[in-house]
Design a protein around this ligand. Structure first.
Ligand code: ATP
Ligand code: FE2
Length: 325
């Protein structure tokens, strides 16, 4: 089977083409702004403008035409309303024009599901990006959230800190580089709150300490990462203990971070659990993960009528009954 997937929950428009075991195309374009931040309307216009050229590029790269596609999948939520509506409208138009089935996919679930293309079977997922931070795993026929951020996503927290240091957007790679030169741990508030996470305290305190001018930025970047990442690893480890799963995957844009990979890998090895990170283009927001999840859903018997395709800005991870696995 061949699935076409359209991702557009936030600033990235992505179009992917996949089969059961292969990515045939995975192209994207991200709206970037000087300062970062959220621009729902501009992002939606970006997606609308780039949809046709990106679709053409994806089909070319995959070496197929729309006639070869068996199912069209799109990111139904959670995300920015105007962006979601552009993507859903495009998906519906294609489905009607080419008489293809259409499937709405939960973005957070897709981040984890794509790891199954690589032989992962039933993992605990740590999904970390700009806007999202979530620990999720299948339990009782649904992806349950075992912990999530109560305020900002870890990526946004890092980006905000980087902006304060005046090193630009996106901050993740730059903070990671600085942190490698850190020598001294500076105490910052711990980010675990019960089973959930909160990064606003870490951020506020790191910014406050930076403004005093008494600390090396390298040490602050290092301490920021150590504090925030230990919290992520702790909540993930608890989810593994609770569910008895034997696999853990790291997904989302922040999965690029080598220190986070290393910390999670160490925890997994200590517990005798397999650790996996997909290639980066399948970690960040992308169309292939939407296509692949849509394909699995479709094969598992999931069907959408057009009226089921309304977008869900607050689409919850545990809303979806996972009948396809
Ligand atoms: P979502 O809509 O899922 O929240 P997003 O719009 O944030 O996704 P992604 O590409 O998934 O987009 O993630 C981007 C984030 O990843 C940014 O916050 C960026 O700073 C962060 N990031 C990228 N590389 C690194 C890195 N090496 N270390 C830490 N963070 C990183
Ligand atoms: Fe994402």
């Amino acid at each position: 089977m061949i699935a076409l997937g359209i991702e557009g929950t936030a600033h990235t428009l992505g179009i992917g083409v996949v089969t059961e075991n292969k990515v045939l195309a995975n192209v994207f374009h991200t709206l970037t702004t000087e300062k970062g931040g959220i621009h729902p309307k501009e992002a939606a216009e970006h997606h609308a403008r780039l949809f046709k050229p990106l679709l053409r590029k994806a089909l070319n790269e995959a070496g197929i035409t729309m006639g070869d596609v068996d199912v069209i999948a799109f990111s139904q939520g959670p995300g920015l309303g105007p962006c979601l509506r552009v993507v859903a409208t495009a998906a519906r138009a294609l489905a009607i024009k080419y008489r293809k089935p259409i499937i709405g996919v939960n973005h957070c679930i897709a981040h984890v599901e794509i790891t199954k293309m690589f032989g992962v079977r039933d993992p605990v997922g740590l999904y970390v990006s700009g806007g999202n931070t979530q620990v999720l795993a299948l339990e009782g026929g649904r992806y349950r959230v075992f912990g999530e951020t109560l305020d900002v996503g870890i990526g946004n927290a890092i980006d905000t800190f980087a902006r304060e240091l005046g090193i630009g957007f996106p901050g993740g790679p730059k903070i990671e580089k600085l942190a490698r030169k850190g020598k001294r741990y500076i105490e910052l508030p711990y980010a675990v709150k019960g089973m959930d996470l909160s990064f606003s305290g870490v951020l506020t305190e790191a910014v406050r300490k930076y403004r005093t001018g008494k600390y090396r930025v390298e040490d602050l970047a290092y301490s920021f990462q150590e504090t925030a990442f230990s919290a992520l690893v702790e909540v993930t480890e608890r989810a593994i203990a609770h569910t008895d799963k034997m696999e853990v995957v790291l997904v989302g844009g922040v999965a690029a971070n080598n220190r986070l990979r290393e910390m999670l890998k160490t925890m997994a090895e200590d517990r005798g659990v397999k650790f996996f990170v997909p290639p980066y283009d399948l970690c960040r927001d992308n169309g292939a993960m939407i296509a692949y999840t849509g394909l699995r859903m479709y094969r598992g018997g999931v069907r959408f009528r057009l009226e089921d395709t309304v977008v869900k800005q607050k689409f919850r991870t545990d809303e979806v009954e996972v009948t396809w696995d």
